[in-house]
Design a protein around this ligand. Sequence first.
Ligand SMILES: NC(=O)c1ccc[n+]([C@@H]2O[C@H](COP(=O)([O-])OP(=O)(O)OC[C@H]3O[C@@H](n4cnc5c(N)ncnc54)[C@H](O)[C@@H]3O)[C@@H](O)[C@H]2O)c1
Length: 246
Amino acid sequence: MKTHQGKVAIVTGGRQGIGRGIAELLAQRGATVVIVGREDATSVAEALGADALSLTADVSDEAGWANVAEEVARRFGKADILVHAAGIYPVATIDEMTLDAWHQVFAVNLDAHMLGARAIAPLMRKAGGGAIVAIASDAVGLVTPPGMGFSHYVASKMGVVGLVRALANELAADNIIVNAVHPGITDTEGASGMPDEQKAQVYMTQAIKRLGKPADIAGPVAFLTSDDARFVTGQTLAVDGGLMRL
Ligand SMILES: NC(=O)c1ccc[n+]([C@@H]2O[C@H](COP(=O)([O-])OP(=O)(O)OC[C@H]3O[C@@H](n4cnc5c(N)ncnc54)[C@H](O)[C@@H]3O)[C@@H](O)[C@H]2O)c1
């Protein structure tokens, strides 16, 4: 099913975890994938196809995004898809919270979405339109276990939802759709430090009582970046085994 043939897809955080699952599925569907992340992901990109590319950049850095846009323009002349999967989720209770820690979470989890959209939208206009998907979190529904120390994370992801709605409105005239996906608890490298009991505490409240996998998140992202989703914008989709039904 080559729904993404001819499309250039930028996936942040595509080296591992949810981003990697998305990068792999979009490549399978025919997209040329550009992985953007803090660490080099050349070996991951090589496995995705001849044209796939790894670009190293901190997504919270404005200059990094300028380099990404320049390189994608030089190689491909356009971008069709931007999926923001890079994110961090350190734990700090409000008593432990430093302002630096708060700002760092906002820089990576929220500022980066604005910087990326601003840098890449001109390349989507060249393509005649595009699709942006922000990976937010079920944590926006405040479903994290009590006392988990996620206030900066939850607040930043709520900001993502607001940004997605505003950009959907703003970029519709350019034929660019903008949506958010909320994963539930997902089995990734980043989440590997969370104790199994804590993960089970979350997923046992889902309708489908298991940990999510990156591939579970990738399918709905593939839909939201396909032409089939052309009339869907400003939406948030929970992909969480039914946790958000509660
Ligand atoms: N894993 C879960 O249970 C879960 C649940 C809900 C939402 N999410 C969200 O999904 C996204 C991916 O999570 P994951 O579990 O796959 O994480 P992960 O830690 O396994 O992977 C994140 C990737 O993002 C990259 N990254 C982090 N900060 C960056 C920066 N400043 N610049 C560039 N790259 C950076 C990392 O290098 C890594 O490759 C995050 O936004 C996270 O908040 C995850």
